[in-house]
Write a protein that binds this ligand. Structure first.
Ligand code: NCD
Length: 338
């Protein structure tokens, strides 16, 4: 099986990875845990600059990429929103990329158009990581989701091979789901329950790609049926920003929601609950009720913590310092009880 060259590579799609590459990212993530938990400090990226270019709203992806770079000792420059940049003055992605890549050692970019990050990467003089391009892909999210799935299953003596998962909500526009489906295709005997309103079903191209894998799937718009026989429930938000109008997206809000009562009545014991976040907690949507917050199987904050590790691992591998982390370590000087 071919193995990917991380050094100096753009990370644009989850399709770039085979299983050995994923294992490499996961073992690098494991190795970086003491640094993420602030038990030790490394300065291995001292002097390096990340340009964290988020032309679409973001909380976790932006801050965790930035924090990951800081934890490795690097500096972060960032912009949020197109209106704060010269893209709003008509500058092309090509020019923006040529310019910013002169100021940075690596770039993370998010943009509302599918394919935009790849276009940006073509013009860049430094590696570019896709932080989400429109409704297309979100590769680092899929990696952190898969890493979480592996860890959660391991605690229950299960593996990703043989996984049964329900993907629920806006499967049409959800880029996190698109990348996750692709990466799950690398594993054996995975069963995916696709649970969505009919108009928001998973794009045909992704369903078609399952035929080249050992994934089996079935589709339903009944959440109770979809969650009854799985190891993991993966809820998603209606991606209202991708619809032609709020009226259009509002039609689908609240149709798929999970709370403790529905969970207790319909799920196998200890079914794990995931969500890429943000969960839409407004009353008309509320896809993941806050009454699940005390449920020990709710893995959403373990997911976000794992996001930091995965992003540290990607920077280490792409910038070629994964074997050198220990060269510049020290103890922390401040109080920490993570
Ligand atoms: C997701 C995204 O931006 O695609 N959020 C994230 O990065 N964790 C999911 C979403 O916005 O619904």
């Amino acid at each position: 099986m071919r193995s990917m060259e991380f050094l100096g590579s753009h990370i644009l799609s989850i399709d770039q990875f085979e299983r050995p590459d994923i294992e490499k990212i996961f073992s690098t993530s494991d190795h970086l845990l003491p640094y993420a938990k602030r038990e030790r400090i490394t300065r291995i990226l001292q002097g390096a600059i990340l340009s964290n270019m988020f032309f679409e709203p973001s909380t976790r992806t932006r801050i965790s990429f930035g924090s990951a770079f800081n934890i490795l000792g690097g500096e972060v420059r960032e912009t949020t929103g197109i209106e704060a940049t010269s893209l709003s003055k008509g500058e092309s992605l090509y020019d923006t990329s040529r310019v910013l890549s002169g100021y940075s050692d690596i770039i993370v970019m998010r943009h509302h158009e599918a394919g935009s990050v790849s276009e940006f990467a073509d013009a860049s003089r430094v590696p570019v990581i896709n932080g989400g391009d429109g409704d297309n892909e979100h590769p680092s999210q899929a990696l952190l989701d898969l890493y979480t799935i592996e860890k959660e299953l391991k605690s229950k003596n299960k593996t990703i091979d043989g996984l049964r998962i329900a993907l629920i909500g806006d499967l049409k526009y959800g880029r996190a789901v698109h990348s996750l489906c692709k990466v799950l295709s690398l594993f054996n005997n995975v069963t995916i329950n696709l649970v969505s309103p009919e108009k928001l079903e998973l794009p045909f191209s992704i369903k078609e790609s399952f035929s080249n894998s050992s994934v089996s799937f079935f589709e339903t718009d009944d959440i109770k049926e979809g969650i009854s026989d799985v190891d993991i429930i993966y809820m998603t938000r209606i991606q209202e920003e991708r619809f032609s109008s709020r009226n259009e997206s509002d039609k689908y809000k609240g149709l798929m929601s999970l709370n403790q009562e529905i969970y207790t009545k319909n799920c196998e014991p200890n079914t794990i609950i995931m969500h890429p976040l943000p969960r839409d907690s407004r009353p008309d949507a509320n896809e993941l009720d806050s009454d699940l917050n005390q449920n020990p199987n709710l893995a959403i904050y373990r997911q976000t913590d794992n996001g930091l590790l995965i992003r540290m691992a990607l920077f280490s591998l792409v910038l070629g310092v994964d074997k050198k982390i220990e060269d510049s370590t020290s103890e922390i000087a401040w109080y920490s009880d993570k």
